[in-house]
Design a protein around this ligand. Structure first.
Ligand SMILES: [Zn+2]
Length: 381
């Protein structure tokens, strides 16, 4: 049988050389359309049918390619975008696949355009006549910013696979749960005046001191109230990122801003967290009406968990003779779970993601191909 698509490494190269940075900063944010079209061409060559959908109000696209019809089957999901990079810290060209020291370097090699090279290579090597249930490949947009690709797909699709595998870099461990992420900014407005007479104004930094005290109490409360032993950090965490006042030293500071993030474990929902935060700020807001404003910054991502007792988790654990575990970073799983039970399992380490000289070690190549092949045989043949 002649191969219809380029070699594994040629495909890898072609995916890495297309810049697909997504960023909150509109001047560096890029469309992923060229990559989506390339993936579509590859999967079409393998007789997959293709659906490309524009994410409303953006220049970003999702692709769903599928082979086979009917119920069940398996969906592999990956995001097409990468984070931005700092050219002063990279020693290789981020958009040129470089092979050295038993490693493959490039932006997105593990996080996670490389996953598509693995999928294409494995699928091209399978006897497609043995496929009885559908294989789906989902390529999403904007995972690194607002996850709008996965959000949109989970709301609009009708497919019902038996299982979803997200190929984020987990060192080929099976991940059944992760923490969430939510970030806040509090703006505190005072009244300015000459510093020689503090009673001429309201100092926003002094109010911020009261707020921080209360937030630290909340931090202690959620730490002792919520516990999940499967996580290496077994409780929700809170971190203050910045505090900024705007006045010269001889003025009363009229605006102070605090930013902080919370990483909830699966038992702590956003709704509960919002209530706790509101309660925390209630007293101070009453004391200082119309001066304290809390808002979300970035896009909140819920924590995720599928029970270790779920039959799909058991099935995959048994297939590879390893136990599932947890991570502290976020994925698209909280959105894709609406479609099917979701696990995270992919080549390479998260330590290299969002890092200069991102690389995949050669030692992942064969095991990853074997794992993907086994999954397809188990769920689709
Ligand atoms: Zn990723």
């Amino acid at each position: 049988m002649t191969r219809k698509i380029p070699s594994f490494i040629e495909i890898y190269k072609s995916l890495i050389q297309i810049p697909t940075i997504s960023s909150e900063n509109k001047t560096i944010d890029l469309s992923n359309k060229i990559l989506i079209d390339l993936l579509s061409n590859y999967f079409s060559e393998l007789n997959f049918s293709i659906q490309i959908k524009n994410i409303p109000n953006t220049n970003k696209f999702n692709m769903l390619s599928s082979f086979g019809v009917g119920r069940g089957g398996l969906l592999f999901s990956g995001h097409t975008d990468t984070v931005n990079f700092d050219e002063n810290t990279w020693t290789t060209d981020p958009f040129k696949l470089t092979e050295k020291n038993d490693k493959i370097y490039g932006l997105g090699v593990v996080d996670m355009k490389g996953f598509f090279a693995f999928l294409l290579d494995v699928i091209s090597s399978i006897n497609i006549k043995k496929i009885k249930k559908p294989i789906y490949i989902l390529a999403t947009a904007n995972e690194e910013t607002d996850m709008s690709g996965a959000r949109y797909f989970s709301k609009s699709t009708k497919i019902k696979p038996d299982c979803i595998i997200i190929g984020e870099p987990t060192c080929l461990k099976i991940i059944n749960a992760h923490k969430g992420h939510i970030a806040y900014k509090i703006d505190i407005f005072g009244d300015t005046g000459h510093s020689s007479n503090p009673s001429n104004g309201v100092n926003s930094i002094e109010i911020s001191y009261e707020i921080i005290k209360q937030l630290i109490n909340l931090k202690k409360y959620i730490k002792q109230k919520y516990l999940h032993q499967d996580f290496s950090i077994s409780h929700p965490t809170m971190n203050f990122g910045s505090i900024q006042g705007n006045a010269p030293i001889n003025r009363i500071c009229s605006l102070c801003s605090i930013t902080f993030e919370i990483r909830p474990i699966p038992q702590l929902s956003f709704e509960t967290l919002e209530t706790l935060l509101k309660d925390t700020l209630k007293k101070i807001k009453k004391k200082w009406p119309n001066r304290i404003f809390l808002k979300n910054i970035f896009f909140p991502i819920p924590a995720y968990e599928i029970s270790k007792k779920h039959h799909i988790v058991k099935k995959i654990e048994n297939l590879f003779k390893i136990k599932s575990t947890t991570v502290n970073y976020c994925t698209e799983a909280p959105f894709l779970k609406k479609i099917a039970p979701t696990l995270i399992l992919g080549p390479g380490s998260i330590d290299q993601a969002h890092h200069p000289d991102e690389y995949l070690h050669y030692s992942f190549i064969d095991p990853t191909k074997n794992i993907l092949k086994k999954l397809i045989v188990k769920f689709c043949c």
